[in-house]
Write a protein that binds this ligand. Structure first.
Ligand code: ATP
Length: 625
């Protein structure tokens, strides 16, 4: 029996394991490597048919370009390592694939032989190889489990991918956020652990490059138990700003700081090592010294920041003055958004045209604004968010425009430069702009037109330079009509409004939920979604949109044991009741519609539904509750 047809863990034929798995029969212990089994369970939870063709149309060329642009920063830095990897695998009839964090293939290179087959299997740029779309496969499963993955032959969930073998490794940025995956694919007999090691080595090389780039303006600390290995890839690498806040870390550094991939939290030099950065520098300068972290003792060396030249071209978060040192926000999920929405918004922003984002509450307006800042050319400068609905009307003017010392009773003695000036060089995000008091709208308009601001209490006018993003859940046009929003400000802001659709209009909610679960680390803990939960998520209308869904999933994960399948029973009772009520309402709407189509003939409608007339009346009755 060829090896690809055998489970490497139990040596039981894979065909037999598949048969038992799909027949819901128990599997012998370690029948499959645990990551593969967990992935199969996630796929089953999503209701993916193993005999299906795998989902998704190929992206349009423009959409693919947009994805490539969104990833251009790290792809650029990855190029030398990718070239080296290609030299190793290309001549052996294997293809090298680069995918983004959603599992969308961005690039593929290889030689003719296997490329043709790759084409037949849809292993092509612009195709979605996430686990949710194509079942267990090295790219999608490595991203879901945040771990390197070798998937061969019938370990693939979809029957049609049996002829394929893939080794993939997920790439993290220096704040532990997923960037994408590298993958080498080919015929089963040509691909094994040697290729897996080559992919992993390339990944390490790229991550080291990304760390070096992100850390160059920080204080860089290397730690290792053996001082001779302080410059080796095995060393823990951390970078701090001058106040001792952690800016970036390599994988070993993330582990030392207790940070899991996708779960960045602020960390401070003093809290990690029991002394301040200043103190260490004073004692050791750039010489090697001993440093303790918890119960561990290391040799350590600190290097000073590289001199600042021009802003970096790398497409990742850069802490900046005025912005929090760490931005723990994972990348936004873009599934189900209108094609090009992100690219269009970015183009507007870069062209200094105000971006206006509309959408119901919880649709991700704030997340989109932050992601635009990180993707744009001003990512190294501050992102300043002001919630216009949250600041008391009497204070908003001072908050936005700043004030001179003692400008009003209760003002700080130093005065304040105001949020607009804090955004200097970066991006100002005016959230809930529709709630800005009418009295202030005229002043805001003037400031935006003149591009300068005079603080409250007088003083010289100050020049302003920021890109502007505004958001609101209101129908802004209707507010103009009813006189609560000034028409002139509306036209100043509303060049090309972008609307984020509600969650119920963003395609398969279960697949989107799976992406969020992956981001939250469910794969690493072997937690999957049961088919029942997937069904329940699909059947609900999600009035709170992504916020409601993401909060629910975070709660379910917090309560679940490792390796568990999430079920509807674990949801809070209030939500289950809402879902039930909505389910009845939807069902009874459908029955009423059918009854109408049957010309009001209840017997015919009941027959069509395969229920009795009394059940039909009862279900219709529930609608009127
Ligand atoms: N694209 C996304 N990917 C992942 N999670 C998201 C996304 N969009 C929103 N969320 C989740 O929903 C929450 C709310 O998102 P956000 O604050 O951006 O919505 P909003 O539209 O600005 O809401 P509001 O109008 O109420 O201010 C986020 O904290 C996050 O948990």
């Amino acid at each position: 029996m060829p090896e690809s047809r055998m489970s490497q863990a139990s040596r039981l034929p894979l065909n037999e394991i598949r048969r038992r798995f799909f027949a819901d029969q128990p599997l012998p212990g370690q029948a499959l490597p645990a990551p593969i089994l967990h992935s199969w369970q996630r796929c089953r939870g999503l209701g993916l048919p193993a005999g299906g063709g795998g989902g998704g149309e190929r992206l349009e060329e423009a959409q693919l370009r947009e994805r490539r642009e969104a990833n251009a920063g790290w792809l650029e830095l990855a190029r030398p390592a990718l070239a080296g990897l290609f030299e190793q695998v290309g001549p052996n009839g294997l293809v090298l694939v680069v995918a983004d964090r959603d599992g969308m293939i961005l690039d593929e290179s290889g030689e003719a032989g296997f490329l043709d087959k790759a084409q037949r299997l849809a292993l092509l740029p612009g195709m979605d190889w996430s686990e949710a779309a194509r079942g267990t496969n090295a790219i999608g499963t490595a991203l879901a489990a945040a771990d390197s993955m070798l998937v061969r032959g019938a370990e693939h969930y979809l029957e049609r991918n049996r002829g394929l073998a893939c080794a993939a490794s997920p790439l993290l940025d220096p704040q532990g956020r997923m960037l994408g995956a590298l993958d080498v694919s080919g015929a089963s007999r040509k691909l094994g652990q040697a290729q897996q090691l080559a992919v992993r080595a390339a990944r390490c090389q790229i991550e080291a490059q990304l760390f070096a780039d992100a850390a160059r303006h920080g204080w860089r600390l290397s730690l290792h138990h053996d001082p001779r290995l302080l410059d080796s890839p095995a060393a823990c690498q951390l970078a701090f700003d001058e106040d001792g806040r952690l800016l970036a870390a390599n994988r070993a550094g993330l582990t030392l700081c207790g940070l899991e991939p996708g779960n960045w939290r602020p960390r401070h030099f003093a809290a990690l090592f029991g002394q301040s950065l200043e103190h260490w520098l004073h004692r050791h300068g750039q010489a090697i010294g001993a440093l303790e972290a918890g119960a561990q003792r290391f040799s350590a060396r600190l290097r000073p920041p590289a001199p600042r030249l021009a802003a970096s071209a790398v497409g990742m978060a850069k802490p900046a003055a005025g912005a929090p040192a760490s931005a723990p926000c994972p990348p936004p999920v873009l599934d189900g958004l209108p094609p090009n929405l992100f690219a269009t918004a970015l183009k507007l922003l870069e062209a200094d045209i105000p971006v206006l984002i509309l959408g119901e509450t919880g649709t991700g307006k704030d997340r989109l604004a932050r992601a635009l800042h990180l993707a744009g050319s001003r990512r190294a400068a501050p992102f300043v968010a002001v919630n216009c609905a949250a600041i008391p009307e009497g204070l908003i003017e001072a908050e936005l425009f700043g004030y001179q010392p003692g400008a009003y009773t209760g003002a700080s003695r130093q005065g304040s430069k105001g949020r607009l000036r804090e955004a200097e060089g970066g991006v100002l995000f005016l959230d809930e702009i529709g709630d800005m008091p009418l009295s202030l709208q005229a002043r805001l308009l003037r400031v935006l037109q003149e591009r300068e601001v005079t603080p409250l209490g007088g003083g010289a006018a100050q020049k302003l330079d920021f890109r502007l993003i505004c958001a609101t859940h209101h129908e802004l046009r209707a507010r103009v009509d009813d006189g609560t929003f000034r028409a002139d400000l509306y036209y100043r802001l509303c060049h090309y409004p972008l609307t984020l659709p509600p969650l119920r209009e963003r395609g398969d909610v279960a697949a989107l939920a799976q992406r969020l679960l992956d981001q939250m680390g469910a794969g690493r803990r072997g937690i999957s979604m049961s088919p029942q939960l997937a069904r329940a998520l699909r059947g609900y209308r999600w009035p709170g949109n992504l916020r409601e869904l993401s909060n629910l999933l975070a709660t379910l994960l917090a309560l679940a044991d490792d390796g568990a399948a999430l079920t509807p029973e674990q949801m809070p009772q209030t939500l289950r009741e809402d879902m039930r009520r909505q389910g009845h309402a939807v069902a009874s709407d459908a029955i009423a519609e059918l009854l109408r189509r049957c010309g009001g003939n209840a017997s015919a409608a009941a027959r069509a539904l395969g229920i009795s007339r009394s059940t039909l009346y009862r279900r219709l009755g529930k609608a009127k509750d």
